[in-house]
Design a protein around this ligand. Structure first.
Ligand SMILES: Cc1cc2nc3c(=O)[nH]c(=O)nc-3n(C[C@H](O)[C@H](O)[C@H](O)COP(=O)(O)OP(=O)(O)OC[C@H]3O[C@@H](n4cnc5c(N)ncnc54)[C@H](O)[C@@H]3O)c2cc1C
Length: 380
């Protein structure tokens, strides 16, 4: 395991400036509700603007509407957008992982059908992995696909499916053949499923703060034609593992509470700050700097054809714990508890971060699972 130090090239620094100009222009202060990182609202119009600026599908092939750029370019764009609290929810999963997964495992027809729309910011995807009894132990999923004429009939329940009620499609991990000899990694497949299919029901699950970002998706004999099988039937586990690698190590795993600190700073603009506040700001700035460098190094390794799965797991483990600790550090400096519905942008963010922050270390793989990924990788 190694995090090679790296720096922006002049071209990359120019891209960073360009994105900053884009966010200043498109998201002037006060014109939108600042989000806590990737948990942002779905805003199709904003996703479209991002696509028009060339910021979606950056690392996807030009042939399919992408931009043939590198992981580092995408890292730069994503970092700036998350720092500004942009409403990136609609295209988030499609851009981060569905697009790359379809590029890698999809047929030419699937690439032609889905990628141009993803790159245009016109298609939102969700992740259909977790189930009521299968989260960390994902290979135990029970959603079943039975053979039908030229396709499959899918039945089961997915849970915690982020934004299934606002997105268009999801990739569903399901069992296409029974487990043999106790090997649960065999017989799983990934299916591309239209979220408006007959037999598919979406029930929202509110967070503690009342917002509705994730859902339960119930499938009752949903027909999926063969052309919507992603990759090979029975190879779903290997493909899914590859998909999860796209979920980890990026700025979405350490920037969720950046806006909270920035809004806190704004409250103190032009004022002297006390030693405790200065110590908190120094501490979080230093840790952001370290996480930024580690995560940037992961992106650079991806561009250099490396396989930084251990490094990415460590970024997520450290980054998501940090995102939560920031909230506690800010809370310690306050002499009152903000109430939901407050006029202050800072206090609204603090309420949201307090109520939804516990999920940061669960979504995309828990702390314990990431430690296990890292330790297995280091011992391999
Ligand atoms: C905000 C949010 C958004 C989400 N969005 C999606 C989504 O879009 N799509 C989707 O499919 N899923 C989504 N999830 C689900 C998420 O991936 C799971 O919650 C997560 O993988 C944990 O699974 P679980 O909830 O079943 O907990 P469990 O797996 O039951 O884990 C419970 C506890 O046991 C620990 N544990 C479990 N196994 C081990 C082990 N082998 N070793 C040590 N400790 C272990 C865990 O670390 C955890 O602390 C989302 C979750 C959240 C919070």
């Amino acid at each position: 395991m190694r995090f090679e130090p790296t720096e922006l090239t002049p071209e990359e620094a120019a891209l960073q400036t360009e994105v900053r100009e884009f966010t200043d222009r498109e998201l002037p202060r006060g014109s939108f509700e600042r989000a806590l990182g990737m948990g942002a609202d779905s805003d199709r119009a904003f996703s479209k603007k991002m696509a028009e600026a060339g910021y979606i599908g950056m690392a996807l092939p030009k042939q399919y509407g992408g931009h043939d750029r590198r992981a580092v370019d995408r890292f730069i764009v994503v970092e700036e957008l998350l720092r500004s609290g942009a409403p990136v929810g609609y295209h988030w999963v499609a851009d981060r992982q569905t697009g790359p997964v379809i590029t890698k495992f999809g047929t030419d027809e699937q690439r032609e059908r889905f990628l141009p729309k993803i790159c245009a910011g016109e298609l939102g995807f969700s992740i259909g992995m977790s189930e009521p009894d299968s989260g960390s132990d994902l290979a135990s999923v029970k959603t079943r696909a039975d053979r039908a004429e030229n396709g499959w009939l899918v039945s089961g329940t997915k849970i915690w499916t982020s934004n299934a009620h606002t997105n268009d499609w999801f990739i569903c991990l399901c069992r296409t053949s029974p487990m043999e000899d106790g090997n649960k990694h065999q017989g799983l497949s990934q299916l591309l499923i239209d979220l408006s299919s007959d037999g598919l029901e979406i029930n929202t699950i509110p967070f503690l703060d009342g917002t509705e970002h994730f859902t339960e998706v119930v499938l009752n004999e949903v027909y999926v034609p063969d052309e919507n099988v992603l990759g090979e039937v029975g190879m779903g586990w290997a493909q899914n593992t590859s998909e999860m690698a796209y979920e980890r190590g990026g700025p979405d795993r350490w920037l969720s509470t950046y806006g909270l600190v920035e809004e806190f700073l704004r409250l103190h603009e032009g004022q002297d700050i006390d030693d405790r506040t200065a110590a908190m700001l120094g501490d979080v700035t230093a840790r952001w700097h370290a996480l930024h460098n580690m995560s940037f190094s992961v992106a650079r390794m991806i561009d250099e054809a490396g396989a930084p799965s251990v490094e990415a797991a460590l970024v997520k483990e450290m980054g998501t714990r940090f995102e939560q600790e920031v909230v506690a550090q800010v809370q310690e400096l306050l002499d009152h508890e903000p109430a939901p519905g407050t006029e202050s942008q800072f206090e609204r963010l603090l309420v949201a971060a307090t109520l939804t922050g516990p999920s940061f270390t669960i979504r995309g793989g828990t702390i314990e699972i990431l430690r296990s990924v890292a330790s297995k990788g280091l011992n391999a």
